[in-house]
Design a protein. Structure first.
Lengths: 277, 802, 187
């Protein structure tokens, strides 16, 4: 089965929060109390109640036009998902269509997935919560009513989101990047085509990834590679839980110290507090 | 728009935006206020279209633009008029269109002129114009004299060249703050649509209308469109994006003091003492409006049925006649003066949406009673509990009725493109909620009972004789549509269209522009066949007034002989063999009127002689036949155009709460504008009660540029106090580079902005009830002289750390 | 930074304990993680139109057992092709919000509270007041002209109602002699 993906085109997005609210509405997640925090962005971060948000970055340089860079943020459904690798309980898995799926009943809320994720996406409440590409729609829905389309993609009033065969979307995205370059956006790029085994959510950007708070070259955390790919096959499977936890703890601590040096935007740290909840 | 083209409605449609080659977004912010338009803007761009965003703020719409230009609030006329000047001097206009489809060739009376900020006829003592000189020279038959070569110095075209010469690129920079080179880039891009196979559109909303010269703002751009031949084409037009789901439908229905349904004039005591004079006055010779008496009599027949007979002037006297304006601001000025006792409030929250909050609130205190019906309790309903008020001192009785929501009733909405689309009842109303139609039925029945029982009732006829059925308490919207469409009185057959209406009382039609939506075949608004291959006309999706025409004035897409100017912009053509107009759209023309007919090449059928008006004669725009720039009532600078500072006819009020900032004064040095955010709807009475939208945009804020913030020691997210001559509020600051200071006439000016979606009764009543954060605490009651829309978009404030 | 609170530590211990038993769970990947219930099964679908801006986006309303359970965009509607903005996406909540008015409320003169009332009480009371205000202020003539109007009773609103209701609002107000008749187009 071909791999499925989202394509987010930031050059078409108007940041109306439609995807964010449609996601909540469909997945029946509760709205949280927020306050104005100096940006159009709210809630400030992904959380156990929020699977997708719009992020807003404002820039201005003398003699240029202002920039309002809008990014849709959710699970990126990496081709090589660190979270699945880190998950000790089998709550996270990769489907044959490339979707990083969640089984809350198996989740023990350890937070390894959150720490391992290069984008710190999975949010831990009672259990892990994150985008699953609306499996509850894509598995059952009606094509004519587009209830088989993920809620965020269906609702986008600007046509900035698409869902479908990843190869086809990559081809389309390259055309969009070329188009943007022809309109004078020399830094236009496609984010997520190759990194981390290829992301399942790719973004067409007018400006370099850093202008959207995205790490230019996200990688699987080295400690995760060491832990799972080297130690694990050598028999650590038999370790007692407490030892495993200690090692996991080390992984988590390492990861968090990395996070602290890695600022996406002013609101990120606040969101993380909530996610650790 | 109506003075320019004959009708006031959006000319094209939402999906049609995708057909534009250049999209000018000025005075609107579709990405935030009409996000559905974003899809079609993106489609137009992918096909090669250019988007120009002109706005004081870099908005979420500007994100989609190819050219962004900031502009000082309240100076659009300077920008548009300079565009006209550019088009005229660089000969960018589409000549056959200007010569044949506009009044460019009409000769003006030699005494018409413009001097020192006034057009001819100004009476400084009376503060009024005498419109005698704002007229064409006419021949013995009353028709205007013309010069088809456009050379006569008195022809409209030559007068325009003279009038507009003052509006130079240098003036644009001086007055609007927009850099000259940026202006020239925009002028070149937009005027490139003055060729047959290209079209440009204007998308606007309240950013152009909410000024003391709102109508002239629209006129200014309508003139651009006429010069470039952009009217009547796919991807063209002047497109007013309406802010509410059904503000088009409610305007069509005549819910304004000066209108009856279908834009028939509401009778006034001075102009229409009886039916005869009324019918004479609404008849406009040499235009389709010469049929107006048929529409008016059919309306009276629909309302008062068999009681309306020729002998009693079809019950014309049952219609109230007004003697002075009763616009929104006039009503609240009256209320504040204690002249109003009862208020019927249907799904509206004027305390938050009206200018000068405190004046509105104190007006409400002077009412004896108020009836409100709504989905949610609003600030207006609980004005007696507003922060700072003592309920014990407020006498007003309030009845608040729970309404059924859009999923709990059948009905329809008319969208901004004049499309009528149906809603269907999915479930029964929750709780004790009722459909508004059922509530009106109950009220009408009760009133009929009261008036029938009271021998001393005052003038009970209009109520007792009023026709009112519609399924009674089991409200049936279809019955209403049948009445709006109308029928033959004798046969009771539904009528196929307004061409069949009669002035003799033999037909009914409650709203003639909707005649044709419910022919014998049934309710055409129920149609659901989208146009998937075509250019997005969607003739079989719902129904559009008039007569399902989707792009107004589409006759203008053809040359004099009825042949399309360009196959790329094809809509209709004259079928010589079949002797009729035909095409992919319904022709907005008399279907069998040949191009050779005297009026066969006159596309603007609601205007006498059918030509678009570059010059608006006779005071139809009371403040000028051409748009002239005047400063907003409150401004940081003197008017660079001359000694007349403000629109000489601007509407202002004189109560003790109507206070003003001094021009260029230090007390209120910053320009403030108001707007909405994508996440909230109008006064927020719905969306501020919902959790998801409130989560996304929880509080109001003041947008402020980084330079001003630094000077004032204001940090992003901190509280500031914003004050105007009317009031002050405390809100958080949003320091954003999307606003930048501008240099106006050598003086550095800062623009700040605040959304008006907020009040004092939101999602968290406990936490938010203690302060009023409504932007309308600051705004003035001042308005446009033609339509009396308030000036929300440009006024002066001060800002400091709170 | 690297410090771990007691709570996190306990979580980690639990994680470790779990790890021993389910460690292999994510090595063998299932095609689909787990079957998910479909919320729209056996629902009645009705088209509607969004109540917010003037674009006229189509809605599909999904109801089950007499209650609306979901609202989303109508893909056939040419105005939105299934899309809805942030406001439009909240359409379900408009129906389901606990803040909806569900009862007739009345606030007496100088009172500081709402009282719940019945329709059967409210309609006659409102009608009485309409009649009283209208009749007391009604002007039959101005000079020789029959003006037949009241300026003391005004009506506001309409843009949030249906087109059919708007027409009735105009008819209702004019029949009462109201000349102060306005709606949201003006502001």
């Amino acid at each position: 089965m071909a791999r499925l993906a989202y394509l987010f085109d930031s050059s078409k997005c108007v940041g109306c929060h439609g995807c964010q609210i449609a996601c909540k509405q469909w997945n029946q997640e509760k709205a949280t109390r927020t306050t104005f925090n100096g940006s159009y962005q709210n809630p400030p971060a992904l959380s156990p109640d929020t699977r997708t948000i719009m992020r807003f970055y404002e820039n201005f340089e003398q003699d240029t036009i202002p920039q309002l860079n809008i990014l849709k943020v959710q699970c990126y459904h990496c081709g090589e998902p660190a979270c699945v690798k880190a998950c000790p309980s089998g709550a996270l898995s990769k489907t044959d269509k490339g979707i990083t799926a969640v089984d809350p009943s198996k989740c023990i809320a350890c937070g390894y997935c959150h720490s391992a994720c290069p984008f710190t996406v999975p949010a831990i409440g009672k259990h892990v919560n994150k985008c699953d590409m609306c499996l509850s729609r894509t598995e059952h829905g009606d094509d004519k009513q587009k209830t088989s389309t993920p809620a965020c993609v269906k609702t986008c009033p600007a046509g900035a989101l698409e869902f479908g065969d990843r190869d086809a979307l990559v081809a389309k995205a390259h055309k969009r990047v070329e188009w943007l370059k022809s309109r004078g956006h020399k830094d236009a790029n496609l984010y997520g085509e190759k990194v981390l085994g290829g992301l399942g959510v790719m973004s067409v950007l007018k400006y370099p990834p850093a202008s959207y708070g995205l790490p230019p070259n996200p990688t699987m955390p080295l400690e995760l590679f060491v832990w799972k790919d080297l130690f694990n096959p050598m028999g650590l499977l038999m370790l007692v839980g407490a030892v495993g936890a200690a090692a996991g703890h080390y992984l988590l601590a390492l990861r968090q110290s990395r996070d602290d040096h890695h600022h996406h935007g002013g609101d990120e740290s606040k969101g993380k507090e909530e996610m650790k909840g | 728009m109506s003075p320019s083209f004959g009708r006031g409605a959006m000319t094209n449609s939402i999906p049609d935006v995708a057909n534009a080659d250049v999209i000018m977004v000025c005075g609107g912010n579709p990405a935030e206020n009409h996000p559905g338009v974003a899809r079609f803007i993106n489609m137009a761009r992918e096909k090669g279209g250019i988007v120009i965003s002109v706005d004081p703020r870099y908005t979420r719409t500007s994100v989609l633009s190819d050219i962004y230009a900031p502009i000082r609030p309240g100076t659009d006329i300077v920008f548009f008029n300079a565009l006209v000047n550019y088009i005229l001097t660089n000969k960018k206009y589409f000549e056959p269109y200007v010569k044949n489809y506009t009044n460019a060739s009409y000769l003006l009376k030699p005494e018409f002129g413009f001097k020192d900020g006034y057009f001819s006829g100004w009476d400084d003592a009376k503060k009024k114009y005498d419109y005698a000189s704002w007229q064409y020279q006419t021949g013995p038959d009353g028709a205007p004299l013309t010069d088809p070569t456009l050379q006569n110095p008195d022809c409209v075209f030559q007068r325009m060249i003279k009038f507009y010469a003052r509006y130079t690129p240098a003036l644009v920079e001086k007055v609007t703050g927009m850099k000259q080179d940026l202006f020239l880039k925009i002028a070149a891009a937009y005027s490139a649509t003055g060729v047959p196979d290209k079209s440009g559109t204007l998308l606007y909303a309240m950013g152009l209308t909410q000024h003391t010269k709102g109508v002239q703002n629209i006129r200014a751009f309508a003139i651009v469109q006429l010069l470039l031949g952009n009217m009547g084409l796919p991807g063209g037009g002047v497109n007013a994006m309406r802010g509410e789901a059904n503000v088009q439908g409610s305007t069509d229905a005549g819910l304004l003091f000066g209108n009856l349904p279908g834009y028939l004039a509401a009778p006034s005591a001075a102009a229409h003492p009886n039916l005869k004079t009324y019918l004479e006055k609404i008849t406009v010779k040499n235009s389709f409006a010469e049929n107006s008496p048929k529409f008016a009599v059919s309306l009276l027949k629909a309302w008062w049925g068999d009681k309306a007979q020729p002998e009693n002037d079809f019950c014309f006297d049952y219609l109230p006649k007004f003697s002075r304006p009763h616009s929104f601001m006039d009503i609240f000025d009256d209320m504040y003066a204690g002249k109003i006792q009862g208020l019927l409030l249907w799904g509206m929250n004027p305390l938050v949406s009206g200018p000068n909050f405190e004046k509105t609130a104190q007006g409400l205190e002077k009412l004896d009673w108020m009836m409100g019906i709504d989905l949610f309790e609003s600030e207006t309903h609980r004005f007696w509990k507003r922060p700072g008020a003592n309920p014990k001192d407020i006498k007003t009785e309030v009845f608040l009725l729970p309404a059924a929501s859009m999923v709990e009733k059948d009905g329809s909405a008319t969208n901004t493109s004049r499309w009528l689309q149906m809603r269907y009842r999915s479930v029964d109303p929750i709780g004790d909620c009722k459909e508004d139609g059922a509530v009106m039925y109950m009220l009408v029945q009760e009133l009929k009972k009261l008036y029938a029982a009271d021998a001393n009732a005052v003038y009970p006829g209009p109520i007792l004789d009023l026709t009112w059925g519609y399924g009674g308490e089991h409200y049936n919207a279809d019955e209403v549509f049948k009445e709006m469409n109308g029928w033959d009185v004798k046969t009771k057959q539904q009528l196929p269209g307004f061409a069949t209406l009669k002035a003799d009382g033999s037909t009914t039609s409650g709203s003639w522009i909707y005649c044709g939506m419910y022919p014998p075949a049934g309710n055409l608004a129920k149609r659901r066949k989208p146009d998937k291959q075509g250019i997005g006309l969607n003739l079989e999706w719902g129904w559009a007034w008039p007569m399902n025409r989707r792009i107004l004035y589409n006759r203008a897409s053809c040359d004099l002989d009825g042949k399309p100017f360009s196959d790329k912009k094809y809509l209709v053509h004259w079928d010589a063999a079949g002797k009729k107009w035909t095409g992919i759209d319904v022709p907005d023309f008399i279907g069998t009127r040949a191009p050779s007919d005297p009026l066969g090449a006159a596309p603007f059928i609601m205007v006498p002689y059918g030509l678009g008006r570059l010059f608006a004669p006779g005071g139809m725009t009371s403040d000028g036949p051409f748009p002239e720039h005047y400063e907003p009532m409150e401004s940081p600078v003197k008017n660079a155009m001359g000694s007349v500072q403000n629109n000489p006819l601007a509407v202002t009020y004189k109560s003790d709460r109507d206070k003003w900032a001094k021009t260029g004064g230090d007390e209120f040095p910053y320009i403030c504008t108001t707007y909405r955010v994508a996440e909230h709807y109008q006064t927020g009475n719905i969306t501020r009660k919902l959790l998801t939208t409130t989560e996304a945009m929880p509080e109001t804020f003041l947008e402020i540029d980084p330079e001003l913030a630094k000077a004032k020691g204001i940090k992003n997210g901190e509280y500031v106090e914003v004050s105007s001559a009317r009031g002050k509020i405390k809100v958080k600051a949003f320091v954003t580079p999307r606003l930048q200071p501008m240099v106006i006439d050598g003086k550095k000016c800062h623009v700040v902005g605040i959304p008006w979606n907020y009040g004092f009764f939101g999602e968290d009543p406990a936490g938010l009830a203690n302060t009023v954060t409504s932007a309308n605490m600051l705004t003035p009651q001042a308005g446009d002289p033609n339509v009396r829309i308030p000036e929300y978009k440009a006024f002066m404030v001060n800002v400091r750390r709170a | 930074m690297g410090t771990v609170s007691r709570r996190t530590f306990l979580k980690l211990m639990a994680a470790g304990a779990g790890a021993a038993t389910v460690w292999n769970g994510n090595l063998a990947v299932p095609a689909i993680a787990a079957p998910r219930p479909y919320r729209l099964k056996d629902t009645k679908v009705s088209p509607s139109v969004c109540i917010y801006c003037g674009v006229g986006c189509g809605l599909l309303v999904y109801a089950k057992d007499g209650k609306v359970i979901n609202v989303e965009g109508d893909p056939d509607n040419p105005n939105n092709q299934g899309g809805l903005c942030g406001k439009g996406s909240s359409a379900y909540e408009v129906y389901a919000s606990p803040r909806r008015l569900k009862k007739v409320l009345y606030r007496a003169a100088n009172s500081d509270k709402w009282e719940e009332k019945e329709w059967s009480w409210a309609i006659p009371e409102i009608a009485k007041r309409i009649k009283k205000t209208r009749d007391a202020s009604f002007k039959l003539k101005e000079g020789a002209v029959a003006v037949n109007r009241t300026e003391a009773l005004v009506q506001l609103g309409g843009a949030s109602h249906d087109t059919d209701e708007n027409y009735l609002l105009a008819k209702f107000a004019r029949a009462l002699g109201i000349v102060g008749l306005e709606h949201q187009a003006r502001i």
